[in-house]
Design a protein around this ligand. Structure first.
Ligand SMILES: [Zn+2]
Length: 317
């Protein structure tokens, strides 16, 4: 991935190219913005420039694309580019210590190392405190990029030691362009772009038909707010729990529609904006947390839909 291949994000890209040219790339950065918006792609493009063997790469703000390190970055095999991802839903203190040991060794090439921490909000408190030490005094030539959906998700002590860069959702037209480039049929691509929220990641990875079906279903569930018997909620929970392959797409759809409804409520009825949507969104976060820990899906979904009782479902049979 190169900066010129990144879609949108002109503002953060300009900032990064400016610091690259000035030779003052911050050793700890936080890229924050919604899931699937493209933060990791930009972090990888930055790593490619930092690790490129061409001395002019930083001035140009782009890796040469011809040297060994560029090829290794493109192939995902550069020994000085480290990606930290959560194991079992959290990033533990052991994960951070392993990273610190790796960063303490001399770099294989070019004398610098880059570590990207995906979903840094998954750092446990102990892990975050361990990482603080590296952020305060990074070893020479080490660059850390933390990724998160929102800066408020991280401990303030972590955020204050990072140069934070915000990533905004892309315009719908840009997501549409990316989808049609991938060969998605025009009407399907338009429908997907319209519900993408400007985050191309999830829609580009999805099966178009499955994505739109799940989105329609979630839209119907939320549109029928308060007009359904409770039994319908439990029937839905059983159906969703039984189809694990589609559960993630369905929950994503539910979250999108709940967020949209919460936004619409806040605009149209600001006095009683929380008609339960925020509770439902919090319930959804808990549900995902439980599912990642292999809690019985049926029980977790029952709890989610029970939590929506009185908002989404009418009490009674
Ligand atoms: Zn290169």
């Amino acid at each position: 991935m190169t900066f010129s291949e990144v879609s949108g994000h002109q503002r953060p890209l300009r900032v990064l190219q400016r610091v690259l040219a000035s030779g003052r790339v911050p050793h700890a950065q936080l890229f924050w913005g919604p899931e699937g918006v493209g933060k990791e792609l930009v972090a990888r493009a930055l790593a490619r420039v930092l690790l490129c063997a061409d001395p002019g790469a930083r001035d140009r703000g782009e890796g040469c694309g011809r040297c060994g390190p560029c090829a290794k970055c493109d192939g995902g095999s550069h020994p000085d580019l480290h990606l930290v991802v959560a194991q079992k839903a959290s990033i533990s203190v052991d994960d951070v210590r392993r990273l610190q040991e790796t960063l303490a060794y001399q770099a294989f090439e070019r004398g610098c190392k880059v570590a990207i921490i995906r979903d840094a909000f998954r750092l446990t408190r102990e892990a975050a405190n361990a990482l603080l030490k590296t952020l305060e005094e990074p070893p020479a030539g080490v660059y850390l990029v933390l990724l998160a959906h929102h800066r408020n998700q991280l401990l303030p002590t972590l955020v204050s030691r990072c140069q934070a860069l915000r990533f905004d959702p892309l315009p719908e037209a840009e997501v549409l362009r990316l989808l049609t480039e991938r060969g998605v049929e025009a009407a399907t691509a338009a429908a997907m772009a319209a519900v993408s929220g400007g985050c191309p990641g999830p829609v580009l990875d999805a099966d178009p038909e499955e994505f739109l079906a799940a989105d329609r279903e979630a839209g119907e569930v939320v549109a029928q707010w308060g007009r359904q018997p409770a039994g319908r909620g439990f029937a839905l929970a059983s159906g969703w729990a039984a189809d694990k392959d589609r559960l993630g797409t369905r929950l994503d759809g539910l979250e999108r529609h709940l967020r949209r409804r919460a936004r619409e409520q806040a605009v149209s009825h600001p006095a009683d904006a929380d008609g339960g949507e925020l509770d439902a969104l919090a319930g959804l976060t808990t549900l995902r947390y439980l599912l990642e820990r292999n809690v019985n899906a049926q029980l977790a979904l029952d709890a989610l839909f029970l939590g929506m009782l009185g908002h989404l479902w009418e009490e009674g049979p």
